[in-house]
Design a protein around this ligand. Structure first.
Ligand SMILES: *Cc1c(COP(=O)(O)O)cnc(C)c1O
Length: 370
């Protein structure tokens, strides 16, 4: 390909850690002719999207909207608005993304207390309790679905411990959202962010977020300005809500069109049905891959249905087989990240990519390749 030729990418089957496959209805919505981002019709679309974000996060939080940037920017939005220089933050790290949160919190000038778990295991609430007895943090942050390890982190107990300690509970739901239950109000979550390219099956580049009244109060009590102009919620909130919408930045209009359609598809299916489908196809993948010699690295109790971390059969060159899957079968699976690089695969069954056809395409190809 060169720049004087029309784009002509291959038709891939997306079974990695995101982006996932996107429904044609979503792509069609994205090609809707542009309207202005302050057009009353677009303001109404923003309001509709906000309602759908609330519904899927299972929250009534007023400050619920979509950050115009990917999941990592949602992460940064939560941390830069809640942390000020001199604050303490407890960050739970059981994979790559917890480490990223600790990095951001330090850049905010916070003193970070790290709680770590071995890769492939969840964080132990007992450990969180112990650390909270010896410090006075503004917040405790944790990843719900650790995409680098395939671990589903139970949140109820840690949420309760955090609340008892008077800290805010911050959750990364980038991969879990719309694939397993995420109950913001019931679980006492104060700040949460997700992404669009995982189980929501919209194009990448946006981050749904929500903040409790306690989190909003903490922001109102800040003594210093938020270090990031673009992510400062005291300004963005007047763009996404309120009677008079004030220009802040130009929303990615086409991406919001696509997101609206992706949400409509989620709500048509129903959250419970969607969770059940993700679980069913995960079981099917397990039934197909284990006889081929693949081993799931996470204990059954903590396995993510949408992100399957598997060790390859002995003696197989993982990078070579992964490349052949892409070149010969147009199937993308993910390699390992961080400590797991070169050691595991991450097979994504997210949103539109969570289907029996996807599982069977992969297992049929693997039977030819290994
Ligand atoms: C993908 C992911 C992110 C980052 O999202 P981007 O859209 O790539 O910025 C953050 N946390 C988790 C758990 C993820 O899986």
């Amino acid at each position: 390909m060169s720049y004087n030729e029309q784009l002509n990418t291959s038709k891939r089957v997306l079974m990695g850690p995101g982006p996932s496959d996107v429904h044609p209805r979503v792509l069609q919505a994205m090609s809707t002719p542009l309207i202005g981002h302050l057009d009353p019709e677009f303001v109404q679309i923003m309001d509709e999207v906000k309602l759908m974000v609330q519904h899927t996060f299972q929250t009534v939080n007023y400050l619920t909207f979509v950050v115009s940037a990917p999941g990592s920017a949602g992460m940064e939005t939560c941390l830069v608005n809640l942390l000020e220089p001199g604050d303490e933050a407890v960050i739970c790290i059981h994979g790559v993304f917890g480490g990223r949160m600790a990095d951001i919190a330090e850049r905010c000038g916070a003193t970070v207390h790290r709680i770590e778990a071995p890769w492939g295991e969840p964080i132990d609430p007992v450990q969180v309790k112990k650390v909270l007895e010896n410090c006075d943090p503004k917040l405790v942050a944790i990843v719900h679905a650790e995409t680098s390890t395939g671990v589903l982190q139970p949140l109820d107990e840690i949420g309760k411990i955090t609340k008892d300690a008077g800290a805010l509970f911050v959750v990364d739901a980038v991969t879990s959202y719309c694939g397993v239950p995420v109950k913001v109000d019931e679980w006492g979550i104060d700040a949460i962010y997700s992404g669009t390219q995982k189980c929501l099956s919209a194009p990448p580049g946006l981050s749904p977020v929500s903040f409790s009244d306690r989190a909003v109060a903490a922001m109102d009590f800040r003594k210093t300005k938020v270090q990031s102009w673009f992510l400062d919620l005291s300004m963005i909130k007047n763009y996404w809500s309120g009677a008079k919408r004030a220009y802040h930045h130009t929303a990615p209009v086409s991406s919001i069109f696509a997101l609206r359609e992706a949400y409509r598809i989620v709500l048509e299916e129903g959250l419970e049905n969607r969770f059940e489908r993700h679980y069913r196809n995960h079981q099917l993948l397990k039934d197909e891959l284990e006889p081929l010699g693949f081993e799931f690295i996470v204990q059954p109790k903590y396995r993510l249905p949408m992100l399957n971390a598997v060790k390859l059969p002995e003696g197989i060159n993982e990078a070579e087989v992964r490349r052949k899957l892409l070149d010969d079968y147009n199937i993308e699976v993910g390699g390992g990240l961080g400590a797991f690089a070169g050691k595991i695969w991450r097979v994504g069954l997210m949103g539109e990519s969570s289907s029996p056809n996807h599982v069977h395409m992969l297992s049929a190809a693997l039977k030819k390749l290994i």
